[in-house]
Design a protein around this ligand. Structure first.
Ligand code: PGA
Length: 267
């Protein structure tokens, strides 16, 4: 197996607001918290982080954020999904090209809530990954096992994740230049929104497995792998302390003002 390598020393912290908050007023308050001069300047912290922050609000709030966040800011705009065609008769969808034109830099693809509630398949996710990369976005691809699989042997869990990666990244091994733009988020389904987070050592083991797999199968060196699932101000440090865990994807805690402040203070 090739060595795990990672030239990216900065941690990546992604805030996924999901379908929150319900008003523009509240969204502005959250943006303001994140964009205060203190956090925008982001002094190097105890992990030599000076992290890159990515905010993924609902589409409807994105233009407001893109107008207030400067190009030089270490806070970037992300999206929670994008469609696989650039334009056309696809009612209700938003394309990667539209996001790119708005100043969006990152897009989450294959989130388990979309796989679960909207029936997104690996084939659809694969098309979305390719179109987002083609539009020049960085993709945050979410993979992770269900509780049923979690209860099985580690080998079964790893096989499940390997299978998801193979299908979701199918056809990418030949497109060399797009490799570093793929970020994987290991998000065990049972840990998302449940408060039941994955033990950091367990997450580390799977993340090392994902890196080794990407390096060998897809020749993706230096690809970042994050952890996501019930990350809060209380446990975030436990993930960030490992050099192999390149960052975290925070859902519920990133729309809770108290938790958000706590997280911003830590990082
Ligand atoms: P959570 O969500 O932090 O609320 O568990 C994580 C996610 O959005 O993937």
């Amino acid at each position: 197996m090739p060595q795990i390598t990672n030239k990216n020393t900065k941690k990546l912290i992604v805030f996924n607001w999901k379908m929150n908050p319900t008003s523009l007023e509240e969204a502005k308050k959250l943006f303001a918290l994140i964009l205060t001069p203190k956090t925008s300047a982001l002094p190097a912290g105890r992990y030599n982080l000076k992290p890159n922050l990515v905010i993924c609000p609902p589409f409807i709030y994105s233009p407001i954020f893109s107008s207030v966040s400067g190009h030089q800011s270490s806070v970037k705009l992300g999206a929670q999904d994008s469609f696989w065609e650039n334009s056309g008769a696809y009612t209700g969808e938003i394309s990667a090209a539209m996001l790119k034109n708005l100043g969006v830099k990152y897009v989450i693809v294959g989130h388990s809530e979309r796989r679960n509630y909207l029936g997104e398949t690996d084939e659809m996710i694969n098309k979305k990954v390719k179109s987002a990369l083609g539009a020049g976005l960085k993709v945050i691809l979410c993979v992770g096992e269900s509780l049923k699989i979690r209860k099985k042997a580690k080998k079964v869990i790893k096989n499940f994740i390997k299978n998801q990666l193979q299908k979701d990244l199918k056809g990418l091994s030949r497109v060399k230049s797009q490799k570093s733009n793929v970020i994987v988020a290991y998000e065990p389904r049972w840990a998302i929104g449940t408060g039941n987070y994955c033990q950091p050592e367990d997450a580390l083991e799977i993340i090392k497995f994902i890196k080794n797999f990407l390096n060998s199968k897809f020749i993706i060196h230096n690809s970042r792998v994050l952890y996501g699932g019930s990350v809060t101000g209380k446990n975030i440090k436990e993930y960030l302390k490992f050099k192999e865990i390149d960052g975290v994807l925070v859902g519920g805690a990133s729309v809770n003002q108290k938790e958000l402040k706590r997280i911003l203070n830590i990082i």
